[in-house]
Design a protein around this ligand. Sequence first.
Ligand SMILES: Cc1cc2nc3c(=O)[nH]c(=O)nc-3n(C[C@H](O)[C@H](O)[C@H](O)COP(=O)(O)O)c2cc1C
Length: 195
Amino acid sequence: MKVFGICGSPRNNTTEYVLRNAIDKLESKNFETSIFFCAGKDIKPCMHCDYCLMNKKCIIEDDMSIVYENLLDADGIILATPIQSGGISSNLATIMDRTRALEAVDYNILRGKIGMSIAVGGDRTGGQDFAHLKNITYFMIHGIIPVSGGPFGSNLGASFWSNDNLDDIKNDSYGMESLDRTLVEFEKFLVKYID
Ligand SMILES: Cc1cc2nc3c(=O)[nH]c(=O)nc-3n(C[C@H](O)[C@H](O)[C@H](O)COP(=O)(O)O)c2cc1C
């Protein structure tokens, strides 16, 4: 089973650390994995030109082609975002908008995959839940089944407090607990609905 993680940070730092931790844990359970890092990539915003609706592909040629391939190939998708202005990063929002070109090919193209959300804020309550809700909304729009961390805490996904640095996020044991809880649900859903 294949899991594709998207790191929505414009740099390689705390969100990358958390996503790699999640991916390493999944690999140790024999999931096949791949990660796309937004940092340093060229992903232009959707222009709403509607070329995709007519031609079944996006008119823009950039690194989004890597994301398209991996999204199609994946059974499970992890969206990992730093909190920016109380929500997801603009990098991740751009990827979400550009997904429109996939549904232009086939309305059901992502339906039935499993999705989980990771949110990393500089503040403890900096907008992590709001970012999860955006990720979960994206999953729902595309027919992707969103998982939570279960009924007792981590209800919307894995939430981290980085205090804007790598040392502190490594010590965020509560955040790591929320990641582990969400991964348990993610794995269960993958096995139940995809296997
Ligand atoms: C433009 C910008 C806006 C930010 N806004 C928030 C915010 O609203 N809430 C918050 O908790 N952290 C905010 N942060 C801090 C980052 O979420 C935090 O430093 C995070 O760990 C960065 O992830 P990264 O290391 O993967 O880039 C912001 C950072 C930037 C650059």
